[in-house]
Ligand binder design. Structure first.
Ligand SMILES: *Cc1c(COP(=O)(O)O)cnc(C)c1O
Length: 310
């Protein structure tokens, strides 16, 4: 199976350059093109976990996520493709009869994922031994994948994002940060003379502490400025930016992670944060499946939507 996984992963090294004044170049690495459904970093994070689950003889994967989670969709898609049953523990009891209105849950459901909806209080405590044993009583034994997919095997997979060329050619490497598995893998595989910048998709500045648990190097920091109000929140300015960026580059960005990161990088470039001739590599970690759900929510409030039409 690992061999099969490798086959899918060979063509992701497309890098699109954008030129700025002072010799600054921004390259976008299209890791989102790795796989049509198990997109970008979620594939990287699942790769060694799926191999381990198979090695240990598990038939079922169980994981956690919110209503529009890229990770839930990726696990559902991976289960279908690589022969595991999948269980998604979903935050929000009220969603149980709204699957049809939610493109992400709809997709996961069609891929065969079984759902268990919980209220927010139980969800917060989802890794307690009591709750996990309750899940085991309900579903039988399963291979547990954490929320967002981050564990040591996920970080191992994310070490494969940078090629040896990437480690030599770029002065700065940027990625969006949620549970910090992706940036940790990138830091662990980076060159000491590169600076790794994480763009937090969450409000608050607790992510550096999380990253410190996974890395030894010091060549990184997290920028916490461009969260646009918090996880999953968007503004009209961000939507206009996404639509404009697509018109200019034909690169679709997602509104939760990569859109905020690219907005942030361009803002920092324009404020002379980067030295002249910097070569910046931004990782497109995927997440495009979430656009349909975001647009659905925006339309319901009569707000501008993301439009990636030519
Ligand atoms: C999940 C996700 C991230 C965050 O990755 P972490 O490893 O959780 O920090 C970034 N970008 C996209 C598109 C994602 O789906």
């Amino acid at each position: 199976m690992t061999k099969q996984l490798f086959l899918f992963m060979k063509s992701s090294n497309q890098k699109i350059p954008i030129h700025f004044p002072n010799g600054i170049e921004l390259f976008i690495k299209r890791d989102d093109l790795l796989h049509p459904i198990i997109s970008g970093n979620k594939f990287r994070k699942l790769k060694y976990n799926l191999a381990e689950a198979k090695r240990l003889g598990y038939k079922k994967l169980l994981t956690f996520g919110g209503a529009f989670s890229n990770h839930i969709v990726a696990v559902a898609g991976a289960g279908k493709e690589f022969g595991f049953e999948t269980i998604g523990v979903i935050r929000g009891e009220e969603l149980f009869d709204k699957i049809g209105e939610n493109p992400s849950l709809q997709f996961a459901h069609e891929s065969g994922m079984q759902f268990h909806f919980t209220d927010r209080k139980i969800y917060r405590d989802k890794t307690s031994p009591e709750f996990l044993s309750k899940l085991e009583q309900m579903f039988g034994s399963f291979y547990l994948i954490p929320e967002g997919g981050t564990n040591d095997l996920a970080i191992k997979g994310c070490k494969e994002i940078l090629t040896s060329e990437d480690k030599n050619e770029f002065s700065h490497i940027c990625c969006a940060v949620g549970t910090a598995g992706t940036i940790s893998g990138i830091i662990n595989s980076s060159s000491e003379n590169q600076q790794i910048i994480g763009f937090s998709s969450l409000k608050g500045d607790f992510l550096s502490e999380v990253i410190c648990n996974f890395v030894q190097k010091k060549n990184w920091y997290v920028n916490c400025t461009y969260h646009f109000g918090g996880y999953g929140k968007v503004s009209e300015e961000l939507i206009d930016f996404l639509n404009g960026f697509y018109q200019e580059t034909k690169i679709p960005l997602d509104p939760v992670y990569t859109g905020k990161m690219i907005f942030g990088i361009i803002d920092l470039i324009q404020n002379n944060h980067f030295p002249p001739n910097s070569k910046i590599l931004a990782i497109h970690t995927g997440g495009l499946q979430g656009i349909a759900g975001m647009n659905h929510a925006l339309s319901a409030k009569n707000k501008k939507t993301i439009q990636y039409n030519d």
